[in-house]
Design a protein around this ligand. Sequence first.
Ligand code: GUN
Length: 292
Amino acid sequence: MQLLDGKATAQDIREELRVAVEQRKSNGQKVPHLAAVLVGNDGGSLTYVNAKVKACEQIGFDSSLIRYEDSVTEDELLAKVHELNNDDEIDGFIVQLPLPEHIDELKVTQAIDPLKDVDGFHPENLGKMVLNLPCFLPATPAGILELLKRNNIETEGKDCVVIGRSNIVGTPLSIMLGRSSNPGNCTVTLTHSRTKNLKEKVSQADIIIAAIGKPGFVTADMVKEGAVVVDVGTTRVPDSTKKSGWALKGDVKFDEVAEKCSFITPVPGGVGPMTIASLMINTLRSMDLRGK
Ligand code: GUN
């Protein structure tokens, strides 16, 4: 088994981006500015957003963090989205999900200017992704493809089973892996809570993408010898041995699955850092798209 080390791969990308920012500076071009909007105090979301801001600092991007209480109204949030759309200093921005129940996530993501939608969640970007047109690709699926590519994982003609059909991971990733591209050209099965014989389907896969948010869901008996396993799960579970009182757990029982597969992503240090790296790639690209 070999580790698909997202942390190391993301570090390589960050270094490339840092050099690109230096280059822009020496050409007298604008430094990319990413803004992140965070609503509430969810520990997981706060950790991710802080990691995004830290990545900006490392690369040399400007960044802004805009925080609201859980009680923020949909109108207030939409007003901020419009303000960021019209602020020429801001090159790309994200609204961290999930949002509180009283706010319509779709309404908020649809309000973002597609040319600043560095998360790639706007229907225009998702539609362009389906058609293989230039666009912002959603960060987690794009990060997974980049991880496979940079680690020379062959995808062409492979049978891939994606577990979980979320709008931000499973559904777009199933399309991206099936497209005529590299990585891509997989035969993809998108599985979910209503899938029959899930275990049997997963156990036939050359590539398994686990993205359902159920810690330890994928066990060794579900994995074919030599499969490639990508774990998107990041659930916080109580852990008294940690200072924080919790540990991040993936959707895969790492120890037993690692013995059977050819490649596997760890949690943490696998997909998470790659999501952030993709967001940074998208932020740099936003400069080209907007002619900056
Ligand atoms: N929540 C979980 N993943 C993501 C992500 O990639 N972007 C945003 N905005 N929210 C998320």
